[in-house]
Design a protein around this ligand. Structure first.
Ligand code: C2O
Length: 473
């Protein structure tokens, strides 16, 4: 009968989710089977009956620093481990407690449209605000579980060239005795996030985004850093991190997002024009979470904008060097136009770009609506020349522009991600060589495999491409 077949299927789904194969089904009693049916229908829904949330209440704790994960003292590492250990233990001692690690991970799954959910916080201006709120409640729960509300999450500063490896506390020991470890990662203790994904060019493109539309997105489009560096690091770490539905199961997720949150904070500080949206549509966005006392709370986007005063944590001041560049004013040198792989550079544009180069300007290329394959989580390198794309030399190639990541919502691709991405690349250093060739630019995407090897080569299609320049004083 149809209904009993459906039950068998959902039971099988559930068993696969908890890591038992089909062979285990017959060993299980009827009690677990009916639990399994519910669990399968709403695999990552919030536990209990949350009901109507109570408003988040003003936080009066002392303001404390979030620190770089690799600079924690051994006492601080121990505290971090104790907190995640307690959170993991809670999942087994009381599976219904929303503060347990499995439920904490499921919060992310549920909010990226997991089975039965209609919420999707990725791909729009919800991204930065929602993740800030998520980390805030998660951090408070960790603090409560170790009886120390001054606990703050660390951040993984992969943007620092000597911190491209997983922070040691999260990677070693590489076994279940370490509550910060996750056995599904593609990256091991000695691997590094590639410079192409998180290097200076990528960080500068993010930090010099001139308005929030570019930096954090709009109601319907994603901001630039949500792609690279954010998505790239998900793909690079891989395993659970490689899909939004499972990413929260890896403790490194929270340190990664703390760094993404720091990027938002630094962008705000970088210029007096780097404002957050003021529309009430944005300010009144409401996000719901269980707090450290298992109370279902609702917090608005407007409450998370000033993390220091409202949420009681701060980051070290951004380093001097970067600040000047963040004050740049960008002007568009040509109206945006669609591109189907080839872009002719006519004489007027060539002259404009050449003049900008001669006057020492910073030059960027912007792509809106890049069509990307969405069959797997992957990072694509963008080249402005087909032969160079075939050769796939990465940053060593004068035609290499940067990378565009795709992170699936779930590994089995059951709820598809949107097939369009935005990207901004700094081309100042490479443009001279590209212009000298006097040939049309032939944009291509090259899939980068898990160990950096070359995958598919595809023509790049985008809704719009344009250049912008900024005079450097
Ligand atoms: Cu909600 Cu890094 O993803």
């Amino acid at each position: 009968m149809a209904s009993s077949r459906r039950n068998d299927e959902s039971r099988r789904d559930f068993l696969e989710q908890i890591g038992l194969g089909a062979g285990a089904i017959s060993l299980l009693g009827a009690g677990l089977v009916s639990f399994a049916r519910n669990a399968s229908a709403q695999a990552c829904a919030p536990p209990g009956n949350p009901g109507t949330p109570q408003a988040w209440r003003r936080d009066n704790r002392p303001i404390r620093q979030r620190k770089a994960a690799s600079t924690l003292s051994s006492a601080e590492v121990q505290k971090l481990r104790d907190a995640y250990k307690a959170m993991r233990d809670l999942s087994s001692s009381d599976p219904s407690d929303p503060r347990g690690f499995t439920h904490q991970a499921n919060v992310h799954c549920w909010n990226c449209g997991g089975v039965g959910s209609v919420i999707q916080v990725h791909g729009s201006w919800q991204f930065f605000a929602w993740h800030r709120a998520y980390l805030y409640f998660h951090e408070r729960i960790l603090g409560k579980l170790i009886g120390d509300m001054s606990f703050r999450l660390p951040y993984w500063d992969w943007d620092a060239p000597d911190h491209r490896k997983l922070p040691p506390a999260y990677a070693t020991p590489g076994d279940a005795s370490n509550p910060l470890w996750n056995g599904t990662r593609d990256m091991d203790a000695n691997d590094e996030v590639p410079d192409d994904d998180v290097g200076e060019d990528v960080m500068d493109a993010a930090l010099t985004a001139s308005d929030f539309d570019d930096f954090g997105g709009t109601a319907s489009s994603m901001g630039i850093p949500e792609g690279a560096p954010h998505g790239s690091v998900h793909v690079d770490v891989g395993g659970d991190m490689g899909a939004f539905g499972t990413a929260g199961k890896d403790p490194i997720f929270y340190a990664h997002h703390s760094n993404i949150d720091r990027l938002w904070s630094d962008w705000n500080l970088g210029s007096s024009t780097h404002d957050n949206p003021t529309s009430s549509l944005f300010l009144n966005l409401r996000f719901n979470f269980y707090d450290e006392n298992k109370k279902w709370r609702s917090i608005r986007a407007r409450n998370v904008l000033d993390h220091e005063r409202k949420l009681r944590y701060q980051y070290p001041a951004p380093t001097e060097g970067g600040v000047m560049e963040r004050l740049l004013e960008w002007t568009q040198v040509q109206p945006p136009r669609p591109v189907q792989r080839r872009m002719e550079i006519g004489a007027p544009l060539r002259d404009q770009l050449a003049r900008a180069l001669a006057s020492n300007a910073e030059i960027r290329i912007h792509f809106d609506g890049i069509q990307v394959p969405v069959d797997k989580s992957a990072v694509y390198s963008v080249y402005a020349d087909l032969q160079e794309a075939e050769a796939a030399r990465g940053a060593a190639s004068p035609a290499f522009l940067g990378t565009v990541p795709v992170v699936l919502n779930d590994k089995d691709n059951r709820h598809p991600t949107r097939p369009e991405r935005r990207a901004v690349f700094r081309v100042t250093k490479r443009l001279r060589q590209l212009l000298e060739r006097q040939a049309p630019l032939e944009f291509s995407l090259v899939e980068r495999g898990a160990r950096g090897e070359k995958g598919r080569v595809l023509p790049l299609r985008a809704r719009a491409v344009r250049f912008s320049v900024a005079q450097v004083e």
